[in-house]
Design a protein around this ligand. Structure first.
Ligand SMILES: Cc1cc2nc3c(=O)[nH]c(=O)nc-3n(C[C@H](O)[C@H](O)[C@H](O)COP(=O)(O)O)c2cc1C
Length: 343
């Protein structure tokens, strides 16, 4: 029986371990989400993984039928997401306990979800944006740092976490490259109160992606991860397959210009997103030569396919082993001196 790890985050959300399985486009479904939540973490899923708002509502109900523990939904809150109002209404009606927003202004999401008692955390990559969401009433931020799968931020987690912690009053969750318990211990030492993990959960039995994608994660090295603008218009972390290499990583000058133009940018972004989603979908569903597999630098630390429960519990066990190891570096006397000094 593993002891809970109690942090500001677990107290706020009501889970046993400070581990979120990050929402992943086309990857996270109700099976993965409920398995992580049942194991004591928080499973997260993007609303856009379902074709219609009603299918999304059914997925929430499916999670609720599989677990009574808290789970998370990710809402893309910028203007190009035409589903936002419908999905937000469903989240409020279904009383989704925990919302993760990305892109755009989370103002209406925070207001609506606070009315039903939910907590709202926002993905951030910079202090400027983090301060804005704090002022809007966000309950916490998710510090998406360099090395993350999906849309990675530019700043090293070693800097971003304590930097945000220093300037914000709300809890900070660390995201990017985290796969094991020594990294959880490190993130908490840096000031985070939880971690959000994506790539590690793709290599799980529950993730509904083609085996070729899971194997690519097991076989890839951190050096294989590149950032391409060709999928969504903004840098996306992917494994550098032959197809990605052939496509190149940058947009054409014409598309770049259209994306800068206020009159055209919304439509070009939507078109690029649609094209990118289609290629991601093909690569996720089955073997194809168009291998577009999003993953972060943590691939270098992932060696075996495990169940979601095994992943969560392994991370917790490794966390305790590493805390013991760190404690062994100091004597009983100096430990109590430090504890006194940090009170
Ligand atoms: C394939 C993939 C898809 C993702 N899709 C989303 C998404 O739809 N919304 C979101 O907020 N984050 C998304 N993310 C980011 C994750 O939720 C998480 O923050 C990130 O994966 C953490 O970095 P790691 O992969 O290095 O653990 C995605 C990540 C991956 C790898």
């Amino acid at each position: 029986m593993l002891s809970p790890i109690q942090t500001e985050f677990t107290n706020l959300i009501g889970c046993k371990y400070p581990i979120i399985a990050g929402p992943m486009f086309l990857v996270s479904d109700s099976v993965l989400v409920s398995a992580v939540s049942e194991a004591g973490g928080i499973g997260g899923m993007p609303s856009l993984n379902w074709r219609t708002p009603e299918e999304f509502r059914k997925a929430i109900q499916d999670v609720k039928s599989k677990t009574d523990k808290p789970y998370a939904v990710n809402l893309i809150v910028n203007q190009s997401n035409l589903r936002h109002a419908d999905d937000l209404k469903i989240c409020a009606e279904e009383k989704v306990p925990f919302i993760i927003t990305s892109l755009g202004s989370p103002k209406d999401t925070i207001q609506t979800m606070h009315q039903v008692g939910s907590k709202v955390f926002c993905d951030v990559t910079t202090l400027n944006y983090a301060k804005k969401v704090e002022d809007l009433g966000a309950d916490g931020v998710i510090a998406v740092s360099a090395g993350a799968g999906g849309h990675a931020g530019p700043i090293s987690p070693l800097v971003l976490i304590p930097y945000l912690k220093k300037h914000l009053r709300i809890p900070v969750v660390a995201a990017g490259g985290i796969t094991n318990g020594s990294q959880l211990a490190a993130a908490l030492a840096l000031g985070a109160s939880a971690v959000q993990i994506g790539t590690r959960f793709i290599a799980s039995h529950e993730a509904k992606v083609d085996l070729s994608y899971k194997n690519a994660i097991l076989n890839a090295d951190p050096e294989d991860i590149v950032l391409t603008k060709k999928i969504s218009g903004t840098p996306l972390s992917v494994i550098n397959t032959a197809y990605i290499e052939k496509q190149g990583l940058e947009l054409s000058w014409l598309e770049t210009a259209l994306l800068k133009n206020p009159k055209t940018k919304k439509y070009v972004r939507m078109l690029r997103h649609w094209i990118g989603s289609e290629s991601l979908k093909k690569a996720i569903l089955g073997p194809t030569y168009k291998e577009v597999w999003s993953a972060g630098q943590g691939v270098g630390l992932i060696d075996e396919l495990l169940s979601a429960k095994e992943i969560v519990h392994q991370i917790v066990k490794e966390y305790y082993v590493n805390i013991e190891r760190l404690n062994s570096f100091t004597s009983e006397k100096s430990r109590s001196t430090y504890t006194e000094a940090y009170k």
